[in-house]
Ligand binder design. Structure first.
Ligand SMILES: C[S@@+](CC[C@H](N)C(=O)[O-])C[C@H]1O[C@@H](n2cnc3c(N)ncnc32)[C@H](O)[C@@H]1O
Length: 350
């Protein structure tokens, strides 16, 4: 397809497309007559660039995002676009909720400058919290040998102690049936989600790491994978029968964890269930006890590992869930590994 046709189809200008070419974001082939021609894949790549631009990403960031993974298929571009659109949609939803609150609180009175200021501060905070996470552990680089690393034993501090038992317990606990849909957040190479596939359950694996998703898809082609993250799940409201997550939540801060629960609650249907196994302490005092134990035994490796990540305070997560109409039970596998199982109350939608 020629440039004019592409511009018309994508509702953009030929100038914009040439600009992306100049910046090295696209490289259409030039025919003998010097006219540029675009393949279907290049057209989807341009529409992805346009979507990312609209979302406010700079040219350099887009270049990095699209180039770092090497060869993309059309499917991958749409996966990125979907993640971006969900972020945008959630931002718009936050704005609508904020305006609703402002109007509800001021039904009979005029809206004061103070009210507007408070709510716009809240909105800004929420927006920056949703965008605040970044992958300091570089999970893309861990994808190729992630499964191998799980089998390593003999360290003085083994975070994967009870890993298999914990994953099995999640599967035994979740009340899911064939043809229902289960979301696995931070799916990694698919070790937890795959256990549901064998029961005929439709599994959607979400991960922020493209390479993890590729590894997962290669191992389990029947699993649906989506790019996205805890703070902007690429799922519509109340579309999941169940949500599971293993060994992923401890990569986000306590404040981000509460927003992640808001997101889980948003996508879970009434009567649905959430089951999380992760590195966490029962509460602050148990955390202190464990750290003191490692301190006294001179296990610096353990202390470093714990402090490098965000092991949850289980009681905070349980409190949030209970105060949002969930029935909650917990299980402790070892001093740093727990499971939280929560079922949502409320009416099913017709
Ligand atoms: C330690 S691996 C666990 C993988 C798998 N759930 C398992 O149990 O083997 C952590 C995974 O969580 C993903 N992850 C970390 N933070 C995330 C976030 N904020 N949103 C989505 N995925 C995240 C990483 O990319 C990685 O694939």
């Amino acid at each position: 397809m020629y440039i004019k046709e592409v511009a018309r189809r994508l509702n953009t200008t030929t100038r914009t497309i040439r600009f992306y070419e100049e910046k090295g974001l696209i490289s259409p082939t030039k025919q003998d007559n010097q006219y540029r021609t675009f393949t279907d894949e290049e057209i989807v790549r341009i529409s992805t660039i346009l979507a990312l631009r609209e979302f406010g990403l700079g040219i350099r960031d887009i270049k990095q995002l699209l180039n770092e993974q090497g060869q993309y298929r059309i499917h991958d571009y749409f996966n990125i676009q979907r993640a971006v659109l969900f972020e945008k949609w959630l931002e718009t939803k936050d704005m609508i909720h904020t305006i609703d609150r402002l109007l509800e609180q001021n039904m009979d009175q005029s809206i004061s400058r103070e009210d507007i200021f408070t709510l716009s501060k809240h909105l800004k905070r929420l927006k920056s919290l949703r965008k605040s996470w970044h992958d300091k552990w570089d999970f893309d680089s861990q994808a190729a040998d992630y499964d191998q690393s799980l089998k390593m034993h003999g360290f003085r501090f083994n975070v994967h102690q009870d890993y298999e038992t914990a994953l099995e317990k999640v599967v035994d606990t979740m009340p899911l049936e064939a043809a229902q849909t289960c979301l696995d957040i931070g799916v990694g190479t698919g070790n937890l989600g795959a256990k549901f596939l064998t029961k005929g359950i439709h599994v959607i694996g979400v991960d922020q790491s493209e390479k993890m998703l590729q590894a997962c898809k290669q191992k389990y082609p029947e699993m649906e994978v989506r790019k996205g993250h805890f703070l902007a799940l690429p799922i519509l409201d109340q579309h999941m029968d169940g949500i599971v997550s293993s060994y992923a939540l401890h990569h986000i801060s306590d404040e981000q964890k509460l927003l992640a629960l808001v997101e889980m609650d948003r996508v879970l249907r009434p009567k649905g269930a959430i089951c999380i196994v992760d590195l966490m302490f029962q509460d602050d005092s148990q955390r202190k006890e464990v750290l003191q134990h490692f301190e006294e035994s001179g296990n610096k490796e353990a202390i470093y590992a714990i402090e490098d990540e965000f092991y949850a305070n289980r009681s905070l997560l349980v409190d949030w869930l209970q105060s949002h109409n969930y029935q909650v039970t917990t299980h402790t596998f070892n001093p740093i590994l727990s499971m939280i199982y929560a079922t949502k109350n409320g009416q099913e939608m017709d």
